[in-house]
Design a protein around this ligand. Structure first.
Ligand code: NAD
Ligand code: WQD
Length: 332
C-alpha cells in the first residue's frame, strides 16, 4: 500500500486517481488545513475505490507509527505541506515546521518501519533566479523565500539520507506550474480566499466571481511582454508519480527530476486560451510587475523522459477546459 500524505490536496488527490488507474492500493493522510473533507468522497466516486483515510498531521509521530504498524506501507508519496510563497515570508516558522519538520517526521517513521521508498514534492522554485532557460536539474539551487528554502532544506536532507544508506529509494520531483483539474470536474484546485496563482484567478474572473485580472508586468523581454511559465496539467503531473514509483522500485533512488512540459506560455497566452475554453471574456489590466517574479521559467524535461519514459501529453487548451469545468462545478 502507498501512503499519500496531503492526499486530499490539489496534486495529491489527482495522484490518487492515477494510482487507482494503475491498480495500486493507497491510503490518505491529511490534516485538512488546506483541503476539503469532501475530497476523499469525491475520489471514491471517481475511482470506485474507498481508500483508508487518516486524519492528522505529518508531524504527529505517534499517528505515523500507528499507520506504519497497522498497514503494510511499501512507499510514501509526500505532498503534505504549505505552498504559498508570499505567506511564507510572513509566517516562516509555519513553513519550516510543516514542510521541514513534517518531512523529517515522515522519514523518521519510514526508517522505523523499514519503508525506504519515498517520492517528495519539490518545486522549480529551488533553482532561484537568474538561471539560463530551460532549467536542467544540474542548475545551481538557491532559494529566494522561506517556502523555497524549506523545499531546498528537505531536498538536502533527503540527499544526505540516501548517501548514508544506499537502500533508500528517493525521488525529488521539481514541479513547474501545475494547473487544470480532473476531467470529471469532481476534484480540482480550490484556493482559500483570493487566489495567488494565475490559473485559479483567471477561472474566477471568467466565472464572474472576480471582476478583472491584474496582469503583473507587460514589459518583460518576451514576445508579448508578459511573463512566461511552464504550465503542466495536474493529471500529467499525477501520472508522473506512478512512473516515479515504478522507477524507484526497479532501479533504486537518487532521482531528481523536473516535471513540466518544456514549453513556456505567456500570461496573455493563458488568458486567450481560457477565453476560448470558457466562451467568456476575461477583463484584465496590465499593472506593475510582481516583486520576485522572473520573466520566463520553463523546464528541460529530457531527464524525466529518459528515466521515467514519461512525458506530459495534455495541452494548454486541455488545462483550461478542465479548469473551467471544475470552476463551473464550484459555482453551482
Ligand atoms: P495543497 O495545499 O492543495 O495540498 C497539500 C495538502 O497537505 C492539503 O490537503 C493540506 O491540508 C495538507 N497538509 C498541509 N500541511 C499538513 C500537515 N502538516 N500534515 C498533514 N497534512 C497537511 O497543495 P498542492 O498544490 O497539492 O501541493 C502539494 C505539494 O506539492 C506541496 O508540498 C507543494 O509545496 C508542492 N508543490 C506545489 C506546487 C503548486 O503549484 N501547486 C508547485 C510545486 C510544488
Ligand atoms: C504565474 C504568472 C505572475 C497571478 C508559483 C510559485 C512556485 C510554484 C508554482 C509551488 C506570473 C502572473 C499571477 C495574477 C498575474 N509553487 N500572474 N496575475 O509565481 O510562476 O509560481 O506557483 O512550489 O513556487 O512561485 O505562478 O501562477 O503565481 O504566476 O499576472 O493574478 O502569472 O506574475 O508571471 P509562479 P503564478
Amino acid at each position: 500500500m502507498i501512503l499519500v500524505t496531503g492526499g486530499a490536496g490539489y496534486i495529491g488527490s489527482h495522484t490518487c486517481v492515477a494510482l487507482a488507474a494503475a491498480g495500486l492500493d493507497y491510503a490518505l493522510l491529511d490534516n485538512f488545513s488546506n483541503s476539503e473533507r469532501t475530497v476523499p468522497v469525491r475520489l471514491a466516486a471517481i475511482t470506485g475505490y474507498e481508500a483508508a483515510l487518516f486524519e492528522g498531521d505529518v508531524r504527529d509521530e505517534t499517528l505515523l507509527r500507528d499507520i506504519f504498524d497497522s498497514h503494510r506501507i511499501t512507499g510514501v508519496l509526500h505532498f503534505a505541506g504549505l505552498k504559498a510563497v508570499g505567506e511564507s515570508s510572513l509566517k516562516p516558522l509555519d513553513y519550516f515546521s510543516n514542510n521541514v519538520i513534517g518531512s523529517l517526521s515522515v522519514v523518521q517513521a519510514m526508517t522505523h518501519a523499514g519503508c525506504k521508498r519515498l517520492v517528495f514534492s519539490s518545486s522549480a522554485t529551488v533553482y532561484g533566479d537568474g538561471r539560463p532557460m530551460p532549467l536542467a536539474e544540474g542548475a545551481p539551487c538557491a532559494a529566494t523565500n522561506p517556502y523555497g528554502r524549506s523545499k531546498l532544506m528537505v531536498e538536502e536532507m533527503l540527499g544526505d539520507l540516501e548517501r548514508s544508506d544506499a537502500s533508500w529509494q528517493i525521488a525529488r520531483l521539481r514541479y513547474f506550474n501545475p494547473v487544470g483539474a480532473h476531467e470529471s470536474g469532481l476534484i480540482g484546485e480550490s484556493p482559500k480566499g483570493v487566489p495567488n496563482n494565475l490559473m485559479p484567478y483567471v477561472a474566477q474572473v471568467a466565472a464572474g466571481v472576480r471582476a478583472s485580472l491584474s496582469v503583473f508586468g507587460g514589459d518583460y523581454p518576451t514576445p508579448d511582454g508578459t511573463a512566461m511559465r511552464d504550465f503542466i496539467h495536474v493529471m500529467d503531473l499525477a501520472e508522473s508519480h506512478v512512473a516515479a514509483l515504478m522507477k524507484l522500485q526497479c532501479s533504486g533512488g537518487g532521482l531528481v527530476l523536473n516535471l513540466g512540459t518544456g514549453r513556456g506560455t505567456s500570461v496573455l497566452g493563458m488568458i486567450g486560451a481560457f477565453q476560448r475554453a470558457s466562451g467568456r471574456r476575461i477583463p484584465f489590466q496590465i499593472v506593475n510587475r510582481r516583486p520576485g517574479d522572473v520573466a520566463n521559467c520553463y523546464a528541460d524535461v529530457s531527464r524525466a523522459a529518459q528515466l521515467l519514459g514519461w512525458r506530459a501529453k495534455r495541452t494548454i487548451d486541455d488545462m483550461c477546459r478542465d479548469a473551467w469545468r471544475w470552476q463551473m462545478g464550484q459555482a453551482q
